[in-house]
Design a protein around this ligand. Structure first.
Ligand SMILES: CCCCCCCCCCCCC/C=C/[C@@H](O)[C@H](COP(=O)(O)O)NC(=O)CCCCCCCCCCCCCCC
Length: 218
């Protein structure tokens, strides 16, 4: 794994993201942190290729991915193999700020929760994209998915900035081009494979966080 998340390798292919999410779950349905992080790296590559309007979003995501990458490199890395083991280890060792921000503002559990919420946006957006018609607007699909999910956790100023950024998203044909998968039918087929995978990873993480009362970490 490369040291820095902010790689500027320009070549993006959505199937790469698909393949990382494919290997995200272990046999016993635990979320493998390294693969989860790789999936996000791929998505950030995509976001970066859409232009600098999105850099305030990718900067925050890169920052969070980097926190997780660092945890995967520390002496305690064996506890960070899966999201399940990470949560267990951090809770057992009081490494998570539960009610208010304190001495662990960058715990893995808290950091992953932010990405997890964004994964729900991704699932909703990709599903809209999958069933969209040729003249559907990506900006509208993106905004609808955002308003239904991630926006609930963002203050007004972030929602406003995100809304403005969505307006400059390329139209569906150009968006599909950037996904670099092939003709539109192929994109739709790949999305049909990706959405259920992403959804399963999301559900498993959601249940884990709900069970441990972690869905509102500060
Ligand atoms: C394709 C268009 C991409 C649009 C992305 C939609 C998500 C909009 C998110 C706006 C986030 C703004 C940045 C600030 C966020 C933080 O305040 C906030 C809270 O963090 P804190 O508790 O540490 O303060 N952070 C977050 O909620 C995490 C946001 C992570 C966003 C990652 C978005 C990655 C998008 C990848 C796009 C890939 C599309 C692929 C399609 C084929």
């Amino acid at each position: 794994m490369a040291d820095s998340v902010a790689s500027d390798d320009p070549k993006f292919c959505f199937e790469e993201v698909l393949s990382t999410f494919k290997v995200c779950l272990s046999e016993d349905k635990a979320v493998i942190l390294e693969n989860y992080v790789s999936g996000w790296r791929g998505l950030i590559k995509f976001l970066n290729s859409l232009g600098s309007v999105f850099s305030f979003i990718s900067k925050d995501a890169i920052n969070k991915i980097q926190i997780l990458v660092n945890l995967l490199k520390e002496d305690t890395h064996s506890h960070y193999m899966t999201v399940q083991s990470m949560v267990r280890y951090e809770l057992d060792n009081s490494l998570v700020d539960i009610d208010k921000r304190g001495s662990h503002p960058e715990s893995g559990t808290r950091t992953l929760l932010r990405l997890h919420r964004a994964l729900r946006w991704l699932e909703l957006f990709l599903e809209r994209l999958r069933i969209s018609s040729e003249d559907s607007k990506t900006s509208v699909m993106c905004a609808d998915a955002y308003n239904e999910s991630l926006a609930h956790y963002h203050p007004w100023v972030v929602r406003k900035a995100a809304g403005l950024a969505f307006c400059v998203l390329p139209g569906r044909p150009a968006f599909f081009e950037v996904m670099n998968v092939g003709p539109p039918e192929k994109v739709v087929a790949v999305l049909g494979e990706a959405v259920p995978l992403i959804s399963e990873v999301y559900q498993i993480t959601e249940e884990l966080y709900a069970k441990n009362n972690l869905l509102n970490l500060p």
